[in-house]
Ligand binder design. Structure first.
Ligand code: IPD
Length: 277
């Protein structure tokens, strides 16, 4: 099976590059934008087309595998992780960026076997950078080995987060409160780039020291979790316990020290689980 998962990963890389080309073509065209769970949760025809390309290609190649995709889930397919080999796909991460041609958009493909993440592939569509990692084999960006930041001192940390789709006053108050805490900790700064998967890749490269978010989905974390861990980093639940892919929350960092600090400071925002059925 070792050889088999490597073959799957090679296919994932090819398909991520093809999907990225589709995104580069689509960004020049007029976009038809609709909303999903909230007015800030966007989807375009391109999201559906790219997901269709990825899943149909993979299904043909690996007919016994299971698929969890952002847009298939929005269309009502169940988002449940089983022991079976499962592809976890975000066709366009950073849809709002895509709509505005803000160049932080990625294709994310994760793969799990027996509920364990085996590999992750994330393609930055506009920069054409490819992030890859396979469990036990290291993390790479365009073939160069990645290493997380070794920073332990929060006062020297750059922290990334994302907003999530809920924008009601109560949620925004907690969200802003969390940012305020990290700005006054003090830290060097807090950034929001509009793509959870790319923000997580910047933890893997060491460009930032920590990431936290409430409201992301399993397809935003699956591939990135392998990439960060293989780059030597920590990916955990906001409670400090083990990551729960379906829980809609995460803390990632280069070191356990910074991860623990983030965990201690955070006020939680609750989102319905991905597997809420
Ligand atoms: C979203 C983006 C956004 C983050 C959300 C994600 P999508 O993914 O990464 O920055 O705040 O939590 O779901 O909808 O663009 O694929």
């Amino acid at each position: 099976s070792d050889k088999c998962w490597q073959e799957c990963m090679d296919v994932a890389v090819q398909i991520a590059r093809r999907a990225g080309q589709m995104v580069r073509d689509a960004v020049k065209q007029e976009k038809r934008v609709s909303t999903k769970s909230t007015p800030a949760d966007l989807v375009t025809e391109a999201d559906n087309q790219v997901e269709e390309l990825i899943i149909s290609t993979l299904r043909e190649r690996f007919p016994s595998h299971r698929f969890i995709g952002e847009e298939s889930s929005a269309a009502g397919e169940k988002c449940i992780l089983t022991e079976s080999p499962t592809w976890i796909i975000d066709p366009i991460d950073g849809t709002c960026n895509f709509v505005h041609s803000f160049p932080m958009v990625a294709v994310s493909i994760g793969f799990s076997v027996r509920k364990e993440l085996e590999f992750g592939v994330i393609y930055h569509c506009f920069e054409e950078t490819l992030y890859t990692a396979r469990k036990g084999h290291g993390a790479f960006c365009n073939g160069l080995r990645l290493q997380v930041s070794k920073e332990k001192d929060v006062s020297k940390a750059l922290i990334l987060t994302e907003i999530g789709a809920k924008r009601d006053p109560k949620t925004l108050k907690i969200f802003s409160g969390n940012i305020e805490k990290f700005l006054s900790a003090p830290t060097h700064g807090v950034r929001i780039i509009g793509s959870s998967t790319l923000a997580l890749c910047y933890i893997a490269t060491g460009a930032a020291d920590a990431y936290y978010q409430y409201g992301l989905h399993c397809w935003d974390i699956a591939a990135a979790a392998v990439i960060i861990r293989e780059a030597g980093g920590v990916v955990i639940d906001t409670s400090g316990g083990p990551l729960d892919l379906m829980s809609r929350r995460v803390v990632a960092a280069g070191t356990q020290e910074i991860a623990s600090f983030i965990v201690q400071q955070l006020d939680p925002i609750s989102y319905e689980r991905d597997d809420h059925y």
